[in-house]
Design a binder for this molecule. Structure first.
Ligand SMILES: [Zn+2]
Length: 161
């Protein structure tokens, strides 16, 4: 079992109970990182990582490598930008992706960084995007894909190859 906490930073407009519920669904979905053979459980303190729903303006307060536009991951902090959670991104919406799938994607992507993953690019037009591609910014000709590809099912953090 991998424990994680849920919290907010600053003034957020999204429903926290829904955030908590949907994050847990994503993490334990059979199409996602649960395929690594682990279950994810929200805990009230401690935790292996900390999922934080953050006011967009405060995302850079975690690191100068983060910006107000996107979500970010810094050490154990997995930061979801409140604006992106509430409305996905321009590129995603233009490609016809649903908000629920965007939420799956952004949680899987940022938790993917915590699991040990860096960024990947699109491997070819019409291919499903790796979950570690920056799909919020551009699909690069790939199709949107909220879930890790089979080739992405490893984690240095958890020691799973
Ligand atoms: Zn990333």
């Amino acid at each position: 079992m991998v424990g994680y906490t849920i919290s907010t930073k600053g003034a957020t407009s999204s429903n926290l109970a829904e955030f908590s519920q949907q994050v847990n669904q994503t993490l334990n979905d059979g199409r996602g990182w649960a395929q690594l053979g682990v279950s994810f459980q929200e805990v009230s303190s401690g935790g292996s990582f900390n999922l934080i729903l953050s006011e967009a303006a405060l995302v850079p307060s975690f690191s100068s490598a983060c910006d107000t536009e996107w979500s970010c991951r810094v050490g154990k902090s997995v930061i979801i930008n409140d604006n992106r959670w509430g409305g996905a991104s321009a590129a995603w919406n233009a490609a016809g992706g649903s908000l629920r799938d965007y939420r799956h994607m952004v949680v899987n992507h940022e938790v993917g960084h915590w699991l040990g993953h860096g960024h990947l690019g699109c491997t070819g037009a019409g291919q499903p995007a790796p979950v570690m591609q920056q799909q919020s910014i551009s699909l690069e000709g790939c199709t949107f894909n909220p879930w890790p590809l089979a080739s992405e099912l490893w984690s240095t953090q958890l020691g799973v190859r």
